[in-house]
Design a protein around this ligand. Structure first.
Ligand code: NAI
Length: 413
């Protein structure tokens, strides 16, 4: 099937980006070497719906080298990089994605990908799975299973499963140790600040940074904001997470209080309406807002538009909202995930782990789907150990091994 991309002539720059990240993804490199010989996915069609940048492209190529027929679409209108999409097409992967697509185009891309009648899927956020359980439900019978990349997608999958509607096994790749401990925490921790800093070209030190949500992503973003010299405030709804933030050394308060003092607001909750009109009303002149949660629902853009007397784009990925008392509030990257919409996403070394989880999850589905049932499952834990061991070796690090005597001590009752 013919790809739909912006411009094939951008491919050389895309190849450069993919070749660069390959250097820093040794686990995926090891997988590529091993499975391009055995080609376990031969004869299988796989649709990958993910943020289409260089690391994702490399994952697509690894699946292709392992025998799969691969189709890639983006998982967010602003996170596709057109040069990377072009390079993937040159490398023989079918792509339906371009940067800044409309919502209608986004739907067309997902549907085109499904028209190829995939056997397996890799989803990020749950839009593809949702389509396979609604308008394209006729294709679900063909799917042997798949995996889901992010927290929000896993929540949606579990809701489908609880309603008894899930039609094929899905591995919650997000919930593997080698994913959330590193990707959500350290990946988001670094890449959100990269996105915010390259977009604003401003200093973080000395600013009051308000982080909504102290889950895995929030913890990473707070830790890195502190390292950059910010004074960090956490907002939460879970008392345990809130007390954890206190003992990690952060101030905790409701958003209504934080709204008055914040210079930069970052939402990472997976929930909607975190920053709303009552918060815009008390924010300081010049306050900046960004989101790194999966959907652009955490900062209420409808209300922000309603309470503003004028808006304009003041710099790429920065929109100014003037309030009736002349205060100016700024929204970065349309409230979409700032690290991907206004940056390159997580560092390659981190995605090396996440995408190894994706590969082994798909392999597990391939070999075990008949016995898995239509459930949301975890990747077997021994694969976490295997991935981490390859990563350690690639870093030139080794660790101790239990002696026989230690093993027997630990197994005593
Ligand atoms: P998590 O479940 O570990 O943490 C979410 C936290 O937000 C929880 O502590 C929860 O109590 C809190 N929360 C929920 N509703 C809230 C509200 N109304 N006000 C304040 N706090 C609230 O989830 P995780 O893994 O940190 O993911 C968060 C979001 O980030 C999800 O949408 C996920 O899909 C997305 N994500 C984005 C990435 C990126 O690259 N930008 C990478 C990984 C995940």
């Amino acid at each position: 099937m013919k790809s739909m991309i912006r411009d094939i002539s951008l491919a050389p720059q895309g190849h450069d980006k993919i070749n660069w990240v390959k250097n820093f993804m040794p686990v995926l490199g090891t997988i590529n070497e091993e499975f391009s010989k055995s080609k376990p996915f031969a004869g299988k069609k796989m649709v990958i719906t993910m943020h289409l940048e260089a690391k994702t492209a490399y994952l697509g190529l690894v699946f292709k080298n392992a025998g799969a027929e691969v189709v890639v679409t983006g998982s967010n209108p602003l996170s596709t990089q057109d040069d990377v999409a072009a390079a993937l097409v040159e490398d023989g992967v079918t792509v339906f994605a371009w940067y800044d697509c409309t919502n209608e185009e986004y739907d067309v891309f997902l549907n085109k990908a499904l028209d190829t009648k995939p056997d397996m899927i890799v989803d990020d956020g749950g839009d593809l799975v949702s389509l396979l359980h609604s308008k394209r439900a006729e294709l679900a019978a063909n799917i042997i299973g798949g995996s889901e990349e992010t927290t929000t997608g896993v929540i949606r999958l579990k809701a489908l499963e609880a309603e008894g509607k899930l039609k094929f096994p899905m591995i919650a790749a997000n919930d593997a140790y080698c994913k959330y401990l590193f990707d959500n925490r350290y990946g988001t921790g670094q890449s959100t600040w990269d996105g915010i800093m390259r977009t604003t070209n401003l200093v973080i030190a000395g600013k009051n940074v308000v982080i909504a949500g102290y889950g895995w992503c929030g913890k990473g973003a707070a830790m890195r904001a502190k390292g950059l010299g910010a004074s960090v405030i956490i907002t939460e709804i879970d008392p345990v997470k809130a007390i954890e933030a206190v003992f990690d050394g952060f101030r905790v308060m409701p958003m209504q209080e934080a709204a008055k003092v914040g210079d930069i607001f970052l939402t990472l909750t997976g929930c909607n309406d975190i920053i709303r009109k009552e918060h815009f009303a008390v924010m300081k002149n010049g306050a900046m807002m960004a989101n790194a949660g999966h959907f652009d629902v955490e900062i209420n853009k409808v209300e922000l538009n309603e309470v503003s007397i004028s808006t304009r784009s003041v710099r790429k990925n920065i929109e100014e909202f003037v309030q009736s008392d002349n205060r100016k509030l700024y929204l970065l990257a349309e409230g979409r995930l700032v690290n991907l919409a206004a940056g390159d996403g997580h560092p390659a070394e981190i995605m090396d782990l996440s995408f190894a989880v994706q590969f082994f999850s798909a392999l597990h589905i391939l070999n075990n789907h008949k016995n898995m049932g239509a459930h949301v499952c975890l990747m077997p834990n021994e694969i976490n150990q295997k991935i981490a061991a390859i990563k350690l070796a690639s870093l030139g690090l080794s660790i101790d091994e239990l002696s026989v005597a230690q093993s027997s001590y630990l197994s005593q009752s």
